[in-house]
Design a protein around this ligand. Structure first.
Ligand code: GLN
Length: 487
């Protein structure tokens, strides 16, 4: 097992190697650790590398494989974004506020993966509390794009996306509130899936905006996304917003013909501001669907163009409430030495939060305050309902909506840090799916100037099967998922 093979090694292939005893989990885990020691200095995708734990879990996995009782994820090294709780292992949210926080429990996704014998290789860097699109808001350090070290990997799941693309793990989990799985997947040339709101439990995911947050897989191909989703999806009594349903086998959707499926192309997603190479690559991808027998027609989603305005009221409002708990009393950073309670509270929050998090808290507090609540928060909720309805109507006519994932390829580090609105505009095409609660996936569909381009597919609530069916058909008809960065 060579470290150089890791960037192209999928979960499926790794599971085959382990099942046929061509490699052990210990060998695989050591190869991944070697790879990390070679490239991590330039990529910086990890807040923590959990080497000792990984070696121990690999050993346990080998024992389980020997009993013939293995799952597809048994013994396979993965990274978790550092906003998912891991018992006894620091979970920082890339914030000074939680720099020394050791959770006393595992998130449900962590537990589900551990129950299947997964190997945790480390915790992934992110924009502080998942607020951002480049990982430059991490309080520790930015992550670099494996395709070009001067470019951002996207965000906020930039660490997980870069780690997968650079071969520092076999797959990762990210969280997506407004695009944080799909946008970094697009920038790093991998697959990123945001499930229907409620399909994956949020228990143990540090809350950013609770009505939008959703956990999902970052993988090298669509098959792996289906395999990982099979394990993390499903009702959880610890999360009252998780949907009670029988989890299907998502891999069953792969390989089904897409002939006759109806795809809508919303014209609002092909406007000025979209990089010409991105537009062209997505148009070529659309013709691939046509050649596979899908029927493609132009449509319009005019209300969706308000998604960004709605997002930047609702997400900061929920964040301001969720982040009120960081008061330096029970856990996390505490500036308790000031002597007086209110001073301690002030100083804790002043030192503990970075500028973007403070901006969101101020925006949210303002939008929720007396006199402005109706004008901003309530209005945003009403427009949210209209956006949801618009998608409902679109899915009466279409099985899927296809768009670019992002308007541009990965930008340079430092290029957008001084202009928050330019940074926010990255998620203009991904936020509508969070507002409506529908599933969406980004798959690689081209390369411009040596940087990957992403194609976004959205389907109706709980139609992850159709989403994966279309993504897989596209992937198998093209070779973009086989391109890997040279590092
Ligand atoms: N970039 C968006 C934001 O800053 C989305 C982040 C996310 O999905 N977590 O809020």
């Amino acid at each position: 097992m060579h470290a150089e093979n890791i960037p192209s090694l999928t979960v499926r292939k790794a599971a085959d190697l382990l099942a046929s005893r061509e490699a052990s989990s210990t060998e695989l885990t050591n190869a991944v650790l070697n790879r990390i020691s070679r490239v991590e200095e330039t990529i910086r995708a990890f807040v923590t590398v959990t080497k000792d734990m990984a070696i121990k879990q690999a050993d346990q996995a080998d024992a389980r494989i020997a009993t013939g009782n293995a799952h597809q994820l048994t013994g396979i090294p993965m990274q978790l974004k550092d906003n998912m709780c891991t018992r006894g292992i620091s979970t920082t949210c890339s914030s000074l506020m939680l720099k020394t926080y050791l959770p006393t429990y595992d998130a449900t996704v962590t537990k589900r993966l551990f129950d299947e014998g997964a190997v945790l290789i480390g915790k992934g860097n992110l924009d502080e509390f998942a607020m951002g699109s480049s990982t430059e808001n991490s309080a520790f350090f930015p992550t670099h794009n494996p395709w070009d070290g001067e470019r951002v990997p996207g965000g906020s799941s930039g660490g997980p996306a870069a780690a997968v693309a650079a071969g520092e793990c076999i797959y990762a989990l990210g969280s997506d509130t407004g695009g944080s799985i799909r946008q970094p997947a697009s920038f790093c040339g991998i697959v990123g899936l945001k499930p229907t709101y409620g399909v994956v439990s949020r228990y143990g995911l540090v809350a950013f905006a609770s009505s939008l947050d959703q956990i999902g897989p970052l993988t090298k191909d669509v098959t792996d996304a289906a395999i990982v989703l099979n394990t993390i999806a499903g009702h959880d009594p610890h999360d009252s917003t998780s949907i009670p349903f029988d989890v299907p086998d998502y891999t069953a959707a792969l390989g089904k013909e897409i002939k006759g499926l109806k795809i809508g192309i919303p014209k609002e997603y092909f406007v000025e501001g979209v990089q010409p190479e991105v537009r062209d690559a997505v148009n070529v991808a659309i013709s691939v669907f046509e050649n596979l027998g899908a029927s493609v027609s132009e449509t319009s989603l005019p209300t969706s163009s308000h998604a960004m305005a709605v997002y930047y009221i609702i997400a900061p409002s929920e964040a301001s409430a969720n982040l009120a708990r960081y008061d330096g009393v029970k856990y996390g950073y505490s500036a308790a030495d000031t002597g007086r309670m209110w001073d301690a509270l002030d100083k804790t929050r002043q030192d503990g939060f970075g500028p973007e998090v403070k901006r969101r808290i101020m925006l949210g507090t303002y939008a929720l305050s007396t006199g402005y609540y109706d004008a901003y928060y309530l209005k945003a909720q009403k427009v949210r309902t209209l956006i949801r309805r618009e998608f409902d109507q679109a899915f009466d006519k279409f099985d899927a909506i296809v768009t670019p994932t992002t308007p541009t390829v990965g930008f340079k580090l430092g290029e957008k840090t001084s202009d928050p609105v330019q940074m926010y505009l990255n998620d203009i095409f991904t936020q509508p799916a969070n507002i409506a609660g529908i599933p969406a996936i980004s798959v690689p569909c081209g390369i411009a100037d040596g940087l990957p381009i992403g194609l976004q597919i959205m389907t109706n609530h709980m139609a992850e099967d159709t989403l994966l069916q279309l993504a897989y058909a596209y992937e198998q008809a093209t070779e973009w998922h086989l391109e890997h960065p040279q590092i």
